[in-house]
Write a protein that binds this ligand. Structure first.
Ligand code: NAD
Length: 357
């Protein structure tokens, strides 16, 4: 029997509620598909700050490094917004990504047929959307140095540096190539090379890396056009490859094609070592503690963890199918509900999914 050790970071806000559902679902899947999964829970985010004055304590990071995969719910709350930057829950996320060298963020955006009406775009625009955003995660302007404030000027100034070397671009391109090979073999690389030198290096490097793969088709798009095309005709995309800043913005935009942020999973990976699997949404403080959150984004993140992180493909498929069955029967959490659906709480929809596994 295969045995896995995963770390669960429930974090803040709705995190504990959706984590509770995820634990139960993983236990059911392990029984059905005959593997053993040890779930180690650790403090992370605001809750870790409360106890240790550190949103990403060393003990949590060490345990993550020793695990087979990390399943993270979400962190953050308005009450931490006035803290110095290094104490904020979101800084914990950056620390975790750096500690595990998670340079690739993968975000699948797929329309589930039963939820097509949840999108704010017309049905015919979104019905065939099935794309993946591959975003570089630990470089670019979020990490570039020098950065800072200049105080001795007449008016306040601040600056950041957008920097990549070709090795960083090559390794994220290799991930996009691998994913494109498993799909429709189309990569669209998004940059701003008409204005930025760093984007020109990005474009040249992506071209060089992909040119060895004759069966792949590569296109390039400026980021402003990509934003427009994602709304105009999103089904033209298969794999979108882009840098940290552009990926951050475009992946949220792409996420909303599906209608609810409560449905979208993501994976952050490196070439070896544990990945972090987490929903795209934040901690939703406005609905925390009410048992009304949608746990499906976290469950689909658990499915990505089973597939990519643990190689338990059948269990991953079984979970995806169970989610689809529950949705097609008309069960919904409040964020997805329409006049035909039966609205269930977070824990109730979890139970329905467990019944279908
Ligand atoms: P958010 O994603 O938490 O919430 C945006 C809206 O979507 C809210 O109305 C919320 O109720 C709703 N929503 C989100 N997830 C939902 C779910 N699973 N089910 C039902 N509805 C859901 O974004 P925000 O309000 O901008 O941020 C709240 C906090 O989360 C902030 O502190 C922010 O920094 C943090 N945040 C954390 C992460 C992360 O942990 N990776 C990501 C984004 C934001």
């Amino acid at each position: 029997m295969n045995k896995y050790k995963i770390v669960l970071l429930a974090g803040d806000g709705i995190g504990p509620e959706i984590s509770d559902v995820s634990k139960k679902v993983l236990k059911k899947l392990s029984k059905k598909h005959n593997f053993d999964i040890e779930i180690i829970e650790k403090l992370f985010g605001g809750i870790a700050y409360e106890k240790y004055r550190n949103p990403a304590p060393d003990e949590t990071l060490d345990q993550c490094k020793k695990s087979d995969a990390v399943l993270l719910a979400c962190v953050g709350d308005i009450k931490y917004d006035s803290l110095a930057r290094e104490f904020r829950p979101e800084s914990g996320l950056l620390k975790l990504r750096s500690a595990l060298n998670l340079f690739a963020n993968i975000r699948p955006v797929k329309i589930r047929k039963s939820l097509i009406d949840a999108s704010t775009l017309k049905k015919e625009i979104v019905e065939n959307v099935d794309l993946i955003v591959v975003r570089e995660l630990i470089g670019g302007i979020y990490f570039g140095k020098p950065r800072g404030h200049i105080s001795n000027t007449e008016i306040p100034k601040a600056f950041n540096t957008m920097v990549y070397d070709s090795a960083e671009i090559e390794r994220i391109t290799e991930i996009a190539i691998k994913i494109a090979h498993q799909r429709n073999k189309k990569i669209c690389s998004v940059d701003k090379s008409n204005v930025l030198e760093v984007s020109q290096l990005w474009r040249d490097t992506v071209l060089k890396s992909t040119s060895k793969h004759k069966n792949l088709s590569l296109s390039n798009m400026y980021v402003d056009n990509a934003a427009m095309q994602l709304i105009r005709d999103p089904s033209q995309f298969d794999v979108i490859l882009t840098s940290n800043l552009f990926g951050d913005i475009l992946s949220d935009l792409a996420a909303m094609l599906t209608g609810s942020i409560g449905m979208l999973p993501s994976a952050s990976l490196n070439n070896n070592g544990p990945g972090v699997f987490e929903p795209v949404h934040g901690s939703a403080p406005d609905i925390a503690g009410k048992n009304i959150a949608n746990p499906i984004a976290m469950l689909l993140s658990a499915s990505m963890m089973l597939k990519i992180g643990l190689n338990e493909e059948e269990a991953a498929e079984s979970l995806e199918n169970a989610v689809d069955k529950v949705l097609s029967k008309g069960y919904r959490t409040a964020d997805l509900a329409n006049s035909f659906s039966e609205v269930l709480s977070c824990s109730e929809i979890g139970e329905k999914i467990i019944e279908e596994i």
